[in-house]
Design a protein. Structure first.
Length: 113
């Protein structure tokens, strides 16, 4: 399988793709949704909330953390996570700008049958 030529894309598109990839799993959407309803960092209860093993939850948390969507801290033997509000605000703006740039009169597109 060939490699993707990321040098052929603008930085904004690469960032959007990274964020979308990080969110492109129902478990990750569930994690972000769960964290959004909390006013404090969440530690071990994510494993109880999701129908997944500890190892699988950890992999999803790692992907979200690498994308900057969540942030975490180690407290003894536990890691606690919460949303990264600054990053989410930035993602919301960039994503909104991108979606707004797609706004066209779709009725003039391919024929709708």
């Amino acid at each position: 399988m060939g490699t993707t030529k990321t040098t052929d894309y603008i930085e904004e598109h690469l960032q959007l793709a990274d964020w979308m990839k990080a969110l492109a799993h129902p478990a990750r959407i569930a994690i972000v949704s769960y964290l959004s309803k909390r006013n404090s960092c969440v530690c071990g209860e994510l494993v109880d909330f999701l129908p997944l093993s500890q190892a699988t939850v950890s992999q999803h948390l790692k992907a979200l953390k690498e994308a900057g969507i969540i942030q975490g801290e180690v407290e003894g033997t536990k890691s606690c996570y919460c949303l990264n509000p600054e990053k989410l605000n930035h993602i919301q703006k960039v994503m909104g700008d991108f979606l707004q740039s797609l706004s066209t009169d779709l009725n003039n597109c391919c024929s709708n049958e």
